[in-house]
Design a protein around this ligand. Structure first.
Ligand code: PDD
Length: 280
């Protein structure tokens, strides 16, 4: 695989980053995952807009404009002949050559790393058959609207969900679902209203979430942005999650309680198909 590190396209075994990089020592960095379908980037401007907001919130320099970032993404897709999968981008504050909690001087060069990951997205089994989720307490920090590389707790929550026999974790705070460990959560009520949690610092503003909200309007579905409890989701007609790598993926059980008839819902299936169709 060819990867990108600070201006260079190199073989992955030749790619290096300093051990003093603040991304490595302090998780002082942000990231984006953009999916690729038929060699084409999906929702790219949305992902780069959020990257800009994440970097600005942490005062990390981003000395590349969207056009340059697009050219790097496209070059990596070309060099790796990527047809379907993801491009991962990570931007860290870089290194001042020592360990220090304080941010280094403003002239420190940030570190920019990108790599591709081939993966079957459209024909993923989870998309066809749905996933089972297990709830976990949301023990992440309070600025979840910033897409930082601090992913230890989401990793722990996914491992706990797996140990409980589920495919993924839903995170819960004060009895209400915040989001999935790496996706946004949705339910369809029995009066056919689509519900997803409103944006705040409690959740990541998903790019796929925004695209699916627009799709839902096109399909004349009722939409409501509000928090919902685990019990309400378990009793809903349908549940699903959205993210760049999973598009729209049905949720068929929550903590062992089947959602609806325990099979992927009709609205989730329609939204998934429409999103894939629009992204091709
Ligand atoms: N995860 N919420 C969290 C906590 C996430 O990590 C993600 C994305 C989302 C969905 O955002 P988007 O629709 O922009 O992908 C919501 C990525 C895919 C990941 O970490 O792999």
């Amino acid at each position: 695989r060819t990867v990108y590190v600070n201006g260079d396209y190199v073989a992955e075994r030749d790619a290096t980053v300093s051990i003093f990089d603040r991304g490595f020592l302090l998780a002082d960095g942000v990231y984006e995952v953009s999916s690729v379908l038929g060699g084409k980037l999906v929702d790219f401007p949305g992902h780069m807009g959020r990257l800009k907001r994440s970097a600005a919130a942490l005062e990390i320099a981003l000395p590349w404009d969207e056009e340059t970032l697009l050219a790097i993404h496209r070059e990596l897709i070309r060099r790796n002949a990527l047809d379907e999968g993801m491009v991962y981008l990570q931007l860290t504050r870089g290194s001042a050559g020592d360990r220090d909690f304080h941010y280094p001087d403003a002239d420190t060069q940030p570190t920019l790393v990108l790599f591709t990951q081939a993966k079957s997205l459209v024909d993923a089994r989870s998309g066809r058959e749905g996933i089972r989720v297990a709830t976990q307490p949301d023990w992440r920090w309070a600025r979840r609207d910033i897409k930082t590389v601090q992913l230890l707790y989401p990793a722990m929550a996914k491992m706990a969900a797996k140990a409980a026999g589920a495919d993924d974790a839903w995170l819960v705070e004060d009895g209400m679902v915040t989001e999935g460990a790496s996706n946004n959560v949705w339910m369809l009520t029995h009066d056919a209203t689509l519900v997803t949690r409103e944006l705040s610092s409690a959740i990541l503003p998903g790019i796929t979430r925004a695209a699916v909200m627009t799709l839902a309007e096109t399909l004349a579905l009722q939409l409501e942005e509000r928090a919902f409890s685990v019990e309400e989701a378990q009793q809903a007609r349908e549940c699903f999650v959205t993210s760049a790598s999973s598009f729209v993926t049905p949720v068929i059980a929550i903590d062992g309680v089947p959602v609806g008839d325990g099979r992927p819902g009709e609205v989730a299936r329609r939204l998934r198909a429409a999103y894939i169709e629009e992204s091709r």
